[in-house]
Design a protein around this ligand. Structure first.
Ligand code: ADP
Ligand code: MG
Length: 326
């Protein structure tokens, strides 16, 4: 069923950036503290992720590439993960169907590690090796056996930007994790462990520090925290605007309007503020009945949350603008 595998793979893996995202998510699931991302030719020839997470046993290593789609869905949090992070249990199987994959992994309790080579879903070799605790997965020649997909890839510049978009979203919800990116043998990004504010500065440059206003609100519907930028720093054109729910990136045009409404009296209609806004909600108050590759999510109490968000942002901007008493 290698054709079926390739088609299913296309749902989860659309471009090198999807590989980067899935491998990084797995490293985080394995409690890695340091994650290295190595990329060649915008991910076309190589995406490699090295982590210091818990590693896999030899059996787990082989199992990891089996399709076991929905078997892991036990809670609504799992279901939420399914729709925001691709089909659970499909990622590695999908990658293995459309690339040359190498896995090196070892658990702390094992003396020796496992080295697997897979191409087009077939295990080509399996050896026992000495290696560090953790997991290294190398994905070479993405879509080597799916020419249509390979042709569909965009310029290196675009594919590279997609990769960085994924890295940025993940780095912004895992400030305590260290990330290193090496592109074509040159280190292009290094994010040491940090708090959220520091991580935003690491990603966006020192200039952003003075414009960050903290927001923090707790209601029965949601906890909302993060940073918005002072109105003075709003700029024409694109800004850095992020919503996350339960530590996953989402797009939310309706909530974007809430933020813009809070800024309305303070900035002109063509200006855009930066914001980094994190919601925490009960997983079962989110509608996950949407396509897995999309990042849209519908909240049960969307109107009420709109109001809460608008007021929260507005109040924090007001506080910032208030003239401090002597
Ligand atoms: P999922 O993450 O949804 O379970 P994946 O296909 O992404 O599915 O991964 C399959 C399994 O392989 C994971 O559940 C995990 O047990 C194992 N695995 C994958 N990557 C790693 C890693 N970096 N460290 C440890 N285990 C991993
Ligand atoms: Mg995964």
């Amino acid at each position: 069923d290698s054709i079926a595998n390739q088609i299913a793979a296309g749902e989860v893996i659309q471009r090198p950036a999807s590989v980067v995202k899935e491998l990084m998510e797995n490293s985080l699931d394995a409690n890695a503290k340091h994650i290295h991302i190595i990329i060649k030719d915008a991910g076309r020839t190589l995406v490699q992720v090295i982590d210091d997470g818990k590693g896999m046993s030899m059996t787990d290593a082989r199992m990891a590439f089996e399709r076991h789609a929905t078997s892991k869905i036990k809670t609504s949090e799992d279901l939420f993960a399914l729709y925001t992070r691709g089909f659970r249990g499909e990622a590695l199987a999908s990658v293995a169907a459309i690339a040359h994959v190498e896995l090196k992994t070892r658990r702390a309790e094992d003396e020796m590690g496992t080295w697997l080579k897979i191409a087009g879903s077939k295990v080509e070799s399996q050896e026992t090796i000495f290696c560090a605790v953790g997991t290294t997965i190398s994905v070479k020649n993405i879509f080597f056996n799916v020419p249509a997909r390979r042709k569909f890839l965009k310029s290196n510049e675009t594919e590279r930007r997609n990769i960085f978009t994924e890295i940025e979203r993940i780095a912004l919800v895992n400030p305590d994790i260290e990330f290193t990116v090496i592109e074509n043998d040159v280190q292009t990004m290094h994010l040491p462990p940090a708090n959220l504010r520091q991580r935003i500065v690491q990603m966006q440059g020192k200039g952003i520090n003075q414009q960050l206003i903290e927001i923090n609100e707790e209601t029965t519907l949601a906890k909302i925290h993060g940073y918005v930028s002072t109105p003075q720093f709003a700029r024409k054109g694109r800004a850095n605007q992020f919503f996350f729910v339960n530590n996953r990136y989402i797009r939310h045009p309706f909530f974007h309007k809430a933020v813009m409404t809070a800024y309305e009296p303070l900035i002109s209609a063509t200006e855009n503020p930066n914001y980094f806004i994190y919601f925490e909600v009960e997983p079962d108050t989110i509608d996950v009945n949407i396509h897995p590759t999309k990042t849209e999510v519908k909240f049960e109490n969307e109107r009420a949350l709109w109001q809460i968000l608008m007021v929260t942002v507005k109040e924090s901007l007001g506080k910032f603008n208030a003239i401090p008493s002597i």
